[in-house]
Write a protein that binds this ligand. Structure first.
Ligand code: IPM
Ligand code: MG
Length: 363
């Protein structure tokens, strides 16, 4: 197959981790006889520096016209003081909205080899951690009106959290469909004891549940969910939630699996053209030091093959190669254990990590 991939290297560690993911895709192309064409896209801080805009229209156009988009990370201290509309993150939000990718899928799965890296007690980890957060991605408070007014001599800032029934229904459907393909348990997370938008969310979820009698639907308040994720993560199969709650809970969920550096994500809308990115940020403090973990990006590339290109065997091959890499005791700095556990492990940099995963790639 011939596929056109838009590649956003971005800022901080973005270029280093994306480079390793592309080398892995090249190896997959060679092993399976595919052709992957890459088109570089400027987004984030580097686009602000070059074009004065975190996502110029022509760059978004390249993404929309591709078969899928692979993204490293954007942002950094350097652009912290630019106006809100011009921040690197705004480029990412415009990209998500411009591509119409309303459904963000973030798996929280513990790799057996990394169980000791989880900050949770062994007795909790041993019950298993394997769930998915389905996060609404192009609505809610991220996309409501943002305003700062001057009232009686002081600044007053407003951010609106708004959802329509249709927006809730389409993400709810993804939640139910995802649950149908897994353990048939869906937990809808909201704050219906306080927010109108959450009460509407809950109502729409329960109406949808009538179409999915096989799925066991439960409701959970977001504050309780934050607690349950560390208390008893084994209870979750699929969580569906709005944009900001999903942002916060997915960072928490990633941490209990050992490292945020390991977690990929997919974002899809009405077409097969998806956006694939690790869930971690641009980590400017370690950029250029070869210390980053490229696995979140490599696994994002695997998700792209699986969900946008229908290449399940190729995706399996990448995931198996990552597992073999971990089996052999190789660890990047973020997943390197301390003390006795470190004796059986070998610390590797970003480039070496990519190279070793390629060596373990088999058809
Ligand atoms: C994420 C990030 C982004 C978000 C930021 C960089 C805008 O935290 O993908 O989780 O909040 O969605
Ligand atoms: Mg986040």
């Amino acid at each position: 197959m011939n596929k056109n991939i838009a590649v956003i290297r971005g800022d901080g560690i973005g270029p280093e981790i994306v480079e390793q993911a592309l080398l892995i895709l090249d190896k997959i192309a060679e092993l399976y006889g595919h052709t992957f064409n890459y088109t570089d896209v400027d987004m984030g801080g580097c686009a602000i520096d070059k074009w004065g805009d975190p996502l110029p229209a022509a760059e978004l156009e390249k993404c929309v016209n591709s078969d899928s988009v692979l993204l490293g990370a954007v942002g950094g201290d350097k652009w912290n003081n630019v106006p809100g509309e011009m921040r690197p993150e705004k480029g990412l939000l415009r990209l998500r909205a411009g591509m119409g990718v309303y459904s963000n899928n973030r798996p929280a799965k513990i790799w057996g080899q990394l169980a000791s890296a989880s900050p949770l007690k062994k007795s909790i980890v041993d019950k298993g951690i394997d769930f998915i957060i389905v996060r609404e991605l192009i609505g809610g408070i991220y996309f409501g009106e943002h305003r700062t007014d001057s009232v009686d001599g002081e600044d007053v800032a407003t951010d609106i959290l708004k959802y329509s029934e249709k927006e809730i229904e389409r993400i709810g459907r993804i939640g139910f469909e995802t649950a149908m393909k897994r353990g048939k348990k869906l937990c809808s997370v909201e704050k219906s004891n306080v927010l109108d938008s959450s009460r509407l969310w809950k109502k729409v979820m329960h109406k949808l549940a009538e179409e999915y009698p096989e799925v066991e639907l439960s409701d959970m308040l977001v504050d309780n969910c934050a607690m349950q994720i560390v208390k008893n993560p084994a209870q979750f199969d699929v969580i569906v939630t709005e944009n900001m709650f999903g942002d916060i809970l997915s960072d928490e969920a990633s941490m209990i699996t050992g490292s945020i550096g390991m977690i990929p994500s997919s974002s899809l809308g009405g077409t097969s053209c998806g956006l694939y990115e690790p869930i971690h940020g641009s980590a400017p403090d370690i950029a250029g030091t070869d210390a980053a973990n490229p696995i979140g990006t490599i696994l994002s590339a695997a998700m792209m093959l699986r969900y946008s290109f229908d290449m399940a065997s190729e995706a399996d091959a990448i995931e198996n190669a990552v597992s073999a890499f971990l089996d052999k005791g190789y660890r990047t700095a973020d997943i390197m254990p301390n003390g006795e556990d470190a004796e059986s492990c070998v610390k590797v940099g970003c480039k070496e990590c990519g190279k070793l995963i390629i060596e373990n790639l088999k058809r």
